[in-house]
Design a protein around this ligand. Structure first.
Ligand SMILES: [Fe+2]
Length: 211
């Protein structure tokens, strides 16, 4: 220790004196400024009832998209077998695309004056995507689970898009059609082709009998 280093023997008060204005004010608590489910009207020329209906729908879609996003990461980590490398990469690509959808859906809810759900316990309470086991599953089961989740999302997204269109909420309709529906449909194609049972090396010589 240097003999010039006076702070070593100084008291805590001596060290902190004069620095109060620079001290972060931590451990703060206070009431919410907007309860969940309520709309803070935004000047976007849309009726509050339309905004509330769209925000409500989008929160359901958000919870389901977050579940699908996380299922992709689960399968990215747990995939096994001779297609490990390609599926490991494909699952992560789709995960990244779902991350972008999650952000776009959540921000649309905020744009409408609503509140986006965010935390895992709230997502778990809201989602209608069936919960997979914690354990490791075979590839066809992983892919089937993902396809089922995509179809649930596509079904609800189409109904929500129609509702937004009829209510005049063009921004929500566009997000649902251009981003959510198109991305999910494309990902379904990439997954579903893995479940077509075709020979890998030697072609079938006989046509199926048809019975
Ligand atoms: Fe990774």
């Amino acid at each position: 220790m240097s003999p010039k280093n006076k702070t070593h023997n100084a008291s805590r008060r001596e060290i902190e004196t004069g620095a109060d204005r620079a001290k972060p004010i931590v451990f703060q608590h206070g009431h919410e400024i907007q309860p969940y489910g309520k709309i803070a009207r935004m000047p976007i020329a849309l009726d509050e009832k339309v905004c509330a209906a769209s925000a409500d729908n989008l929160n359901q879609l958000l919870a389901d998209t977050m579940s699908l996003r996380d299922m992709y990461k689960k399968h990215h980590w747990q995939v096994a077998g001779h297609t490990f490398y390609q599926l490991h990469l494909l699952f992560d690509k789709h995960f990244g695309e779902q991350v972008e959808l999650v952000d776009a859906i959540a921000e649309r809810i905020q744009i409408l004056g609503g509140i986006s759900i965010a935390m895992a316990p709230d997502v778990a309470e809201t989602t209608i995507i069936p919960r997979p086991p914690r354990g490791r599953e075979q590839v066809p089961v992983q892919i089937s689970r993902l396809l089922e989740a995509h179809e649930i999302i596509l079904k609800e997204a189409r109904a929500m898009a129609k509702q937004a269109d009829e209510a005049g909420d063009d921004g929500t309709n566009d997000l649902l059609v251009s981003d959510v529906i198109r991305t999910n449909e494309l990902q379904v194609w990439f997954l579903a082709e893995h479940l077509v049972d075709v020979p890998v090396v030697r072609a079938d010589q006989k046509a199926p009998s048809g019975d």
